[in-house]
Ligand binder design. Structure first.
Ligand code: SIN
Ligand code: CO
Length: 377
């Protein structure tokens, strides 16, 4: 993707301009961003909501207030399509549908490490999830019908109490737009918004996660700890008799603990490795179908003539020293690193590129084919 190429997807802005002017800063309304979107249908949505490997939610506006239910939903447990004011939300559709996955690839002017998933909502007339804010950057792409968005730059993000959804207590919108199919609205994190269906409507939310410091601390420290092998014991041969205050934690023991943690975090590569593993960890609902046949076919006839493609469920990232795939990491250097990085950036490798793989890289790719992380093209 050319950084300086104007994109209809961004209303004629180049990716560089969009990132500079809008990303994490201010909203952007783009009319006709995706003109010929082949959107899912409401029946597709109902099918997805029936699956127990898919995260779905149903939000119904009742006279008494909001009602939230979590899926899976049998056909009979969804309200009738004729009933007003309900919304069905399905998470992670990019991992389930090729077209949605392909659509998400258009947003790769943002690093993959930030890309989260595509959530799709189907709503009947008047349906919505109430005024709220998200912690994510989001592109709200209108896929079917119309939705009226009201948005506001308010600082007061106090939430209503006693409701099953995150609803702003004092929503004060300052702009309003009606989106038609193909139109898109970008919102930075914590921007207040409320979208209400005008007739039947479907909206795709292309979401970008921003890791929270505390989550990173928890996740990374745990991974670093699991890998540590330092069995050095605390020694206190010079400990004086503690008769006066036996319950006091010795300062030397505190220093030993501090030093242990500092040592464990000293190697920046280890933290980088833990981060890459964390960022590529598959979502709870994602599983891969083993495909030993593909690995055998590729092995007996290497390189496979059509090349290989990354499975749409796979997450593949790299840094200076590692390649990360689906929560695991490998050290990679030289020619193999170049090959695996290309696979990560382009999501596929042709036979010519595969021919350059070392024995180790070939074994790795075959094991990914076997695990269903890669597919034969
Ligand atoms: C929706 O699609 O109904 C809600 C999306 C959002 O507001 O984030
Ligand atoms: Co939202």
């Amino acid at each position: 993707m050319d950084t300086n190429n104007p994109l209809a997807l961004l209303g004629g802005l180049t990716p560089a301009q969009f990132m500079r002017r809008h990303w994490q800063k201010k909203p952007l309304l783009i009319r006709n961003a995706v003109p010929d979107l082949e959107a899912l249908t409401r029946l597709d949505m109902a099918d997805l909501a029936e699956r127990d490997d898919v995260e779905s939610r149903l939000i119904v506006q009742k006279p008494k207030g909001w009602q939230l239910k979590r899926g899976p939903f049998g056909r009979r447990s969804l309200p009738p399509f004729k009933q007003r004011e309900w919304t069905l939300l399905v998470q992670g559709v990019d991992a389930l549908d090729d077209d949605v996955h392909a659509l998400m690839q258009q947003f790769r002017f943002v690093p993959d490490a930030r890309l989260d998933d595509v959530m799709i909502s189907y709503a009947t007339d008047g349906g919505g999830v109430g005024p709220h804010f998200d912690s994510y950057d989001v592109f709200l792409l209108q896929a079917r019908g119309q939705r009226r968005w009201r948005i506001g730059a308010q600082q007061d993000l106090t939430l209503q109490e006693g409701v099953p959804l995150k609803i702003l207590a004092n929503f004060r919108p300052d702009e309003e737009y009606v989106l038609n199919p193909g139109d898109m609205l970008y919102l930075p994190p914590r921007y207040a918004h409320d979208g209400v269906a005008v007739g039947e409507c479907m909206t795709y939310s292309i979401g970008f996660r921003a890791p929270q410091r505390q989550d990173l601390v928890r996740e990374l420290l745990q991974r670093v700890a699991e890998d540590g092998e330092d069995e050095t014991l605390y020694k206190d041969g010079r400990q004086a008799a503690a008769c006066e205050a036996p319950a006091r934690v010795p300062a030397e023991l505190q220093a030993f603990a501090q030093d242990a943690v500092t040592r464990a975090l000293k190697d920046p590569r280890q933290l980088a490795r833990a981060l890459g593993e964390y960022l590529t960890e598959p979502k709870a609902q994602v599983w891969f179908d083993d495909n030993p046949g593909a690995a055998e076919t590729a092995e007996s006839n290497w390189p496979p003539a059509g090349g290989v493609a990354l499975d749409r469920r796979s997450r593949l990232l790299y840094d200076e020293h590692h390649v990360f795939a689906n929560g695991e990491s490998w050290r990679a250097a030289g020619r193999d690193a170049a090959l695996l990085r290309r696979l990560a950036d382009e999501h596929g490798l042709d036979a010519r590129a595969l021919r350059t793989a070392s024995d180790d890289a070939r074994e790795l790719l075959l094991s990914w084919l076997e695990s269903g992380w890669l597919q034969l093209r």
